[in-house]
Design a protein around this ligand. Structure first.
Ligand code: FAD
Ligand code: 2HG
Ligand code: ZN
Length: 472
């Protein structure tokens, strides 16, 4: 493995101190592969700076020496964006020691946090001052604010609060040459030209290192109602969203769709996830209503809406959770799908979005074509259907060979992405491109969009040292 020059190594160690350097092959291992073990790389070094100044010094030194950097947060990304390449020449820059809550301003409804703060800790800090930070996703106990921003993470509350881009007001960023952009403004209005923070949000660490952010806070939730419903079809699920929106307005804060196959996997592999109804159904939805008002009659609202939907045949069966334990059990059925699918061999992940109204057409056409293309294929379709976002993941036919299945990946992907594009959709709704979808983006994004992206990359990182091989 090529080593860094002794002079650079010494300077980097000086910059971050002994606690910020990981050099042994064993200790570096967790930083060199992703959560699923789908991507693996090598690195010359892992650095864990503890302040913005330390990040800036590391970036400046690496820039001067022509060494590439791979920013990393909680390493829960699903597209290999935080994993270094195989060369062993790149330096992994882990932000996890930058985990301070710098300020909370309840009157401005903002919180200023460092990039390495865990999403769950951010949620807890907001709750301590009677506020809500709404981003919520299965990896929230491990992912970081920096990673959430860099991937423009979505999750289960986008329906009401938007994705990470909508939740950020200001950023602090170390640019690829080591200069620091101090953009930590907590302003809801600022029309002084290009909104630079949006360049770095969703850039997956290819344009700079996010070191801190000012984020929006919302009123804490005081009333909540959660239901699990069986629906006959995706068409019925989409009709149900419309019905609930009509009756409940923006109290509808979660609407997740799951195919029977997805739920079966969870029941098989995650303890405590029994079938909720007397019989199995083809599709399920998890619905959440919430309100800042205490004692808001949400359960009644949900029950009457579901009653109306039952009469119209939009719902086949439904249960409204009667306790916090039941709420947790229902969310476990939903959040357990990623992990459960890992137990069924390799999963081919496709994180697509189409207009909500086109979800039924997408599923119908794609299911049909894929089943014809590979008989026995297990389609694990689920996700944030209220945002038009499906995790249209595939597991191999039962008993078949892993390698043979992986060899089909490209062919199956082409079917899915062609259907997505035909409906005006996107091949990556919330997980980003990373290394997984970089090639596909070349094929499926418009040439002009790709040209503009390359122009931005060239302008900010002309030496190409910031997370090379990802996104563009
Ligand atoms: P990492 O994985 O460490 O990094 C992700 C990317 O961001 C990489 O390209 C990395 O280089 C870059 N990056 C990280 N930190 C910085 C920084 N400070 N500055 C610049 N670049 C940086 N995603 C969703 O959107 N919605 C979901 O519902 C969802 N659910 C998930 C459930 C599970 C079980 C898992 C494992 C993942 C899920 N994800 C989801 C995917 C993932 O994107 C999020 O978990 C999260 O946003 C990644 O944060 P991280 O800190 O782990 O980032
Ligand atoms: C989810 O919504 C995540 O559960 C993960 O985005 C999706 O594992 C996946 O494909
Ligand atoms: Zn998701």
């Amino acid at each position: 493995m090529p080593a860094l020059s002794p002079t650079l190594l010494h300077a980097l160690e000086q910059a971050v101190g002994p606690a910020g350097v990981i050099r042994s092959a064993d200790a570096m291992q967790p930083y060199l592969r992703d959560w699923r073990n789908a991507y693996r790389g090598q690195a010359a070094l892992v650095l864990r700076p503890a302040s913005t100044d330390q990040v800036a010094e590391v970036v400046r030194l690496c820039h001067a020496a022509g060494v590439a950097l791979v920013p990393q947060g909680g390493n829960t990304g699903l597209c290999g964006g935080a994993v270094p390449d195989a060369s062993g020449t790149q330096v992994v820059l882990s932000l996890t020691r930058m985990n301070a809550i710098r300020a909370i301003d309840p009157a401005n409804e903002t919180i200023t946090v460092e990039a390495g703060v865990l999403l769950q800790h951010l949620q807890e800090a907001a709750a301590e001052v009677g506020r809500l930070f709404p981003l919520s996703l299965g990896a929230e106990g491990s992912c970081t604010v920096g990673g959430n921003l860099a991937t423009n993470a979505g999750g289960t509350a986008v329906l009401r609060y938007g994705n990470m881009r909508d939740l950020a007001l200001g950023l602090e960023v170390v640019l690829p040459d080591g200069r620091v952009w101090h953009g930590l403004r907590g302003l809801r209005k600022d029309n002084t030209g290009y909104d630079l923070k949006h360049l770095f949000i969703g850039a997956e660490g290819t344009l700079g290192v996010i070191t801190a952010a000012v984020l929006k806070l919302f009123p804490a939730i005081a009333s909540r109602a959660t239901a699990w419903a069986a629906v006959p079809s995706p068409q019925a699920a989409v009709a149900l969203i419309g019905r609930l929106r009509g009756v409940c307005g923006d109290r509808l804060s979660g609407f997740e769709l799951m195919s029977r196959q997805s739920v079966e996997f969870v029941q098989r592999h995650v303890p405590g996830c029994a079938e909720r109804f007397s019989q199995a159904h083809p599709w399920y939805v998890l619905i959440e209503l919430s309100d800042a008002l205490a004692n808001a009659p949400l359960a009644e609202l949900l029950e009457s809406s579901l009653g109306g939907a039952l009469e119209q045949g939009e719902v086949l069966d439904a249960v409204v959770a009667a306790s916090q334990t039941q709420v947790a059990a229902l969310w476990k059925l939903r959040e357990g799908i990623s992990e459960a699918q890992n137990h069924e061999g390799p999963s081919l992940k496709h994180d697509i979005s189409v207009p909500v109204s086109s979800i039924p057409a997408f599923i119908e056409a794609t299911d049909r074509q894929l089943r014809a293309a590979l008989p026995g294929l297990r389609i694990v379709a689920y996700g944030h259907v209220g945002d038009g976002n499906l995790h249209y993941n595939l597991s191999k036919p039962e008993g078949s060979d892993d390698a043979a299945f992986k060899a089909e990946a490209e062919r199956l992907m082409q079917v899915i992405y062609a259907a997505t594009l035909a409906l005006g959709g996107s091949i990556s709704a919330e997980h980003g491109l990373g290394q997984a979808k970089r090639e596909a983006a070349q094929q499926y994004k418009a040439p002009l969009e790709l040209e503009l992206m390359r122009t931005l990359k060239q302008a900010l990182d002309p030496a190409g040292l910031m997370n090379p091989g990802k996104v563009v």
